[in-house]
Every structure is written in C-alpha cells, then in structure tokens.
Design a protein around this ligand. Structure first.
Ligand code: HEC
Ligand code: HEC
Ligand code: HEC
Ligand code: HEC
Ligand code: HEC
Length: 163
C-alpha cells in the first residue's frame, strides 16, 4: 500500500504549479523599471555593488538615484517620494524578489566571472523587465542541477554548514 500512496504523491506534486517560480511581481514602494534604466546606459554593477564578502548584491543608495533625479523627472510624484526619503536619510524599503533561507550558504561573488554563469541564469532577462518577479527557480534542485552541469561541488556541506 505504501508505494501507492507515495506514487499518488508524486503524481500530485507533478501537477501542482511550482510555488517557487512565476510569482506575480511584488508591490514596490517606487515603480522602478530595469528596462528604462538599462536604456539610459546604466550597468548592473553601478547599482548592485556586491560589497565584501560578496554574499549580497545589495540595493543602491538613494544618492545613486538622486545623481540623475535631482533634475530628471523631478516633477513626478514617484521621484518626489524618492527625493523625500533621500532628504530624510532613509532607504527605500524595496520588497525582496529572490530569497533563500539564511542557513543556506550562498555568495554572489563566488558566482561572478565563472564561465557560463551570468545574472540572467539566476534572475532572467532583468534588463528587459519593467517589473521583476521570481521568474527563475532558485530551489535546492535548481542550484544542484547547475552545479552538476558545470562540475561545481555538490556535497551537502558546500551549501549547508555543519551544526
Ligand atoms: C539604476 C539602478 C539599477 C540598475 C542599473 C540595476 N538595478 Fe537591479 N534593482 C534596482 C532596484 C532599485 C531594485 C529594487 C526594485 C525592484 O526589485 O525592481 C533592483 C532589484 C533587482 C533584483 C531583485 C532583487 C531581489 O530583491 O531579489 C535583481 C535580481 C536585479 N535588480 C538585477 C539587476 C541586473 C541583472 C541588472 C543589470 C542588467 C540590474 N539589476 C541593474 C536598481 C538597479
Ligand atoms: C548562481 C545564481 C545567481 C547569480 C549568477 C546571481 N544571483 Fe542574484 N541572487 C541569487 C540568490 C540565490 C539570491 C537570494 C540571496 C539571499 O536570499 O540571500 C539573489 C539575490 C539578489 C539580489 C537581492 C539583494 C541581495 O543582495 O540579496 C539582487 C539585487 C541580485 N541578486 C542581483 C544580482 C546581479 C546584479 C547579478 C549579476 C551581476 C546576480 N544577482 C547574479 C542568485 C544569483
Ligand atoms: C543615469 C541617470 C539615472 C539614474 C542613476 C536613475 N534614473 Fe530613474 N530615470 C532616469 C531617466 C532618464 C528616466 C526617464 C525614463 C523615461 O521616462 O523614458 C527615469 C525614470 C525613473 C522613474 C519614472 C518616473 C516617472 O514618474 O515617469 C522612476 C520611478 C525612477 N526613474 C526611479 C529611479 C530610482 C529609484 C533610481 C535609483 C535606484 C533611479 N531612478 C536612478 C534616469 C536615471
Ligand atoms: C547557473 C549555474 C549555477 C547556479 C544556478 C548556482 N550555482 Fe553555485 N556555483 C556555480 C559554479 C559554476 C560554481 C563554481 C565556481 C568556481 O569555480 O569558483 C559555484 C559555486 C558555488 C559555491 C562555492 C563552492 C565551493 O566551495 O567552491 C557555493 C556555496 C554555491 N555555488 C552555492 C549555490 C547555491 C546555494 C545556489 C542556489 C541558490 C547556487 N549555488 C546556484 C554555478 C551555479
Ligand atoms: C548547491 C547548493 C546545495 C547543495 C549542494 C545542497 N543543498 Fe540543500 N538546500 C539548498 C537550498 C538553496 C535550500 C533551500 C531551498 C528553498 O528555498 O526552499 C536547501 C534546503 C535543504 C533542506 C530543507 C528542505 C526544505 O524543504 O526546507 C534540506 C533538508 C537540505 N537542503 C538537505 C540537503 C542535503 C542532505 C544535501 C546533500 C545531499 C544538500 N541539501 C545539498 C541548497 C543546496
């Protein structure tokens, strides 16, 4: 009986949509468009600086935005909100799009400059997106699948520290 229950579970799992991908874009306090800002000629690294040790790509400071928006579209209500936060020394509370649990070891810098690994492999064609959503799967299976393809280490302790 046990294998029948197990089999039914597998079939059911195969039919359920993967909750980890194709989620709707989350609410963002300011409607920032990657498409529009790539068109202006900005590069990913100008806003996502990956400070040492490189675990996080990070979000830009309001000062990075205000370098242009002190004049560009200054009349827009969205830019006025941005300018207001900047003046008060506050950050924009961006809603996270991609998150993995804290207890998983992940480092952005370790994945940079690696042959055949780009931002788009893990985040999709961001430069063409007006809004971002979790369009790429970054589950354990997805991590391990790429590691297998690229001959990167796949032992459990590579991504999970021993406790
Ligand atoms: C002008 C600054 C700027 C540039 C240039 C920029 N970004 Fe962003 N990025 C942001 C801001 C602001 C957010 C937060 C709002 C959002 O999620 O859309 C963000 C969010 C993201 C996120 C989602 C982060 C999360 O919470 O999971 C990814 C992934 C990302 N950017 C990748 C890129 C890539 C790849 C490029 C280059 C093609 C790029 N960005 C260029 C400012 C920038
Ligand atoms: C190998 C997969 C992978 C690659 C390549 C990658 N990212 Fe990420 N990114 C992630 C994961 C996983 C997270 C979630 C991290 C977390 O929750 O700690 C993330 C989160 C982010 C975030 C949210 C803020 C943060 O620092 O956690 C931004 C912004 C981001 N990535 C931008 C980029 C940019 C820009 C590039 C290319 C220069 C890039 N990523 C390349 C996997 C990747
Ligand atoms: C290099 C200059 C530059 C930087 C830096 C920059 N922007 Fe922009 N931004 C522009 C330009 C140019 C437009 C107008 C694009 C268009 O409408 O075609 C724009 C448009 C916008 C708009 C739409 C405004 C409206 O109401 O139409 C928002 C919101 C915005 N930017 C937010 C940001 C945020 C947030 C940052 C920092 C993360 C940022 N920008 C950084 C140049 C810049
Ligand atoms: C698109 C392919 C790709 C994806 C997706 C990917 N990785 Fe990697 N990862 C690599 C490659 C290639 C290396 C080896 C880098 C090198 O040679 O230095 C690596 C290295 C690592 C390392 C360092 C291993 C070591 O000790 O040398 C860790 C930790 C890691 N990845 C965690 C993750 C986690 C966690 C995820 C999922 C959230 C993930 N990776 C997703 C390609 C990927
Ligand atoms: C390349 C990175 C990577 C490797 C290698 C890896 N894991 Fe994971 N693991 C992850 C990530 C990322 C998550 C979190 C997935 C998520 O967000 O749901 C995770 C989650 C888990 C969880 C929690 C599952 C859950 O449903 O919450 C367990 C248990 C686990 N891993 C065990 C293992 C074991 C055992 C191995 C060795 C066979 C292993 N992992 C190898 C990246 C990895």
């Amino acid at each position: 009986m046990r294998w029948i229950v197990c089999f039914a579970g597998v079939v059911l799992a195969a039919q359920l949509p993967d909750a980890k991908i194709k989620r709707d874009p989350p609410y963002q306090p300011i409607p920032f468009s990657h498409k529009a800002h790539t068109a202006v000629g900005l590069k990913c690294a100008e806003c996502h600086t990956m400070p040492d040790p490189g675990d996080f790509a990070g979000y830009p400071k309001t000062a990075t935005c205000m370098a242009c928006h002190i004049t560009v579209k200054a009349e827009s209500p969205h830019i006025q909100k941005l300018a207001g936060l900047h003046k008060e020394g506050k950050r924009v509370q961006w809603t996270p799009v991609y998150r993995i649990p804290d207890w998983v070891s992940f480092n952005h810098k370790q994945h940079m400059g690696v042959a055949g690994v780009s931002c788009a492999d893990c985040h999709g064609p961001v430069a063409t997106r007006v809004e971002l959503w979790r369009e790429k799967d970054l589950s354990m299976d997805a991590c391990m699948q790429c590691h297998r393809q690229k001959n990167a280490p796949n032992g459990c302790l590579v991504c999970h520290e021993q406790r």
